[in-house]
Design a protein around this ligand. Structure first.
Ligand SMILES: NC(=O)c1ccc[n+]([C@@H]2O[C@H](COP(=O)([O-])OP(=O)(O)OC[C@H]3O[C@@H](n4cnc5c(N)ncnc54)[C@H](OP(=O)(O)O)[C@@H]3O)[C@@H](O)[C@H]2O)c1
Length: 352
């Protein structure tokens, strides 16, 4: 049996969901994949980095977190004040990165990931910042060290999009992608389609935990832009900057516009779109350039994305060999995102 050592940086909603799966699925993973996944390092912002050579006891960590107690109370550990110091001082096979997304400079995740890749560790992450802002630098470093960098759960959580396209559709040429990549805005638009106004729908989304107290990142389209940037880099191999994605949020959509769309048998959805288009004569670069946008669009009900409601996410991929393929599934959640991280960890083990 192969023994694989994991370090988990970020022990919030997603980090704990992932740890829970590691524990609850341990026997199944041993049996099915002949792998013993051991959690040896864990870090958060408040308590720093803890490490135990033989492995950490996940139920104890989850209990400490649930009781708001310090992770350093785990018996038999070594401790560093920060994740970065701990990562530098210890070793593991895979870093699982689940710190908050930062779309300004991708920190602290970028430093964690650069450090781990530089030490020859595989890296898997749910964090959108590094893939959106620094994909090329990170993938180059991963390649130099012969390790994998995977970020399935950064787009549509555990619903497999990146691996489905890159591995399941290997050899196909992707010409366009359109997606509902943000569950909060889809929840709000769905509520508005049944007659609510924007403010009421947002308040409902906040009460149900779908929207943050400050909903800007979702409702102004920044979260969907981050995912669009990841897809540009990973699927089209054409990293874009935030400024290259045309962006419009949903805050100005009125009940009247929603009603008019419904009367015409249509739906308004916030659609992230990536499309290869031929360059004009004289334009520099590859023969085809990538156009990207995140904006509300009026869709006919014959469009599979028009019928994706509530907090669900979906993506339609257009290729030369499969025409259109649509994937629908959850785009957030503790276990759902943990599942994406787990699938990436197993892919690192199986495909290495
Ligand atoms: N939640 C979802 O459904 C979902 C879905 C897809 C992707 N994601 C992405 O997954 C990531 C984690 O999300 P989440 O919902 O789990 O966030 P969260 O609940 O806020 O947890 C973030 C964790 O990161 C820790 N952290 C912050 N700065 C750190 C640092 N410098 N060093 C070490 N740890 C640090 C926090 O420490 P403290 O506990 O001490 O504050 C916390 O444990 C984000 O990038 C998010 O965009 C989330």
């Amino acid at each position: 049996m192969q023994s694989i050592r994991l370090t988990l940086v970020g022990f919030g909603v997603v980090g704990q969901g992932f740890a829970e799966l590691l524990s609850s699925k341990h026997a199944l993973l041993e049996q099915k994949y002949d792998v013993d996944l051991k959690l040896v390092g864990v870090a958060n912002a408040r308590h720093g980095f803890i490490y135990r050579e033989e492995d950490l006891h996940i139920p104890t960590l989850l209990e400490l977190a649930a009781k708001q107690r310090s992770l350093t109370e785990h018996p038999g550990i070594r401790h560093w004040n920060s994740a970065l110091e701990g990562l530098q001082a210890t070793g593991a096979d895979i870093l699982v990165e689940a710190t908050p997304t930062n779309l300004h400079n991708a920190e602290p995740a970028l430093s964690h990931m650069l450090t781990a890749l530089g030490k020859g560790m595989h890296v898997v992450t749910a964090n959108k910042g590094p893939g959106a802002l620094s994909a090329r630098e990170l993938f180059t470093l991963a390649q130099q060290h012969g390790v994998q960098l995977r970020m399935e759960s950064a787009v549509m959580a555990g619903t497999p999009v990146i691996s489905t396209i890159r591995e399941g559709m290997a050899g196909a040429s992707v010409t366009a992608i359109r997606g509902i990549l943000n569950g909060t805005t889809n929840y709000i638009l769905t509520a508005m389609a049944s007659g609510r106004d924007y403010a009421g729908a947002l308040a409902d989304a906040q009460a149900k935990g779908y929207a943050e107290t400050d909903p800007t990142a979702d409702v102004e389209g920044y979260d969907a832009v981050a995912k669009t940037l990841i897809l540009a880099a990973l699927i089209f191999d054409q990293p874009l900057t935030v400024e290259q994605v045309e962006r419009q949020g949903i805050t100005n959509i009125t009940r009247e516009q929603m009603q008019a769309a419904a009367d015409a048998g249509k739906r308004i959805k916030l659609i992230a779109s990536l499309r290869l288009v031929a360059r004009q004569e004289g334009e520099k670069g590859r023969p085809q350039k990538l156009e990207a946008s995140v904006k509300p669009l009026v869709l006919p009900l014959t469009d599979p994305l028009a019928r994706v409601d509530g907090a669900m996410n979906a993506i339609t991929v257009q290729t030369d060999t499969l025409s259109e393929v649509t994937i629908i599934g959850p785009g957030a959640g503790r276990v759902e995102t943990g599942q994406g991280l787990l699938a990436d960890v197993l892919a690192c083990v199986i495909l290495s």
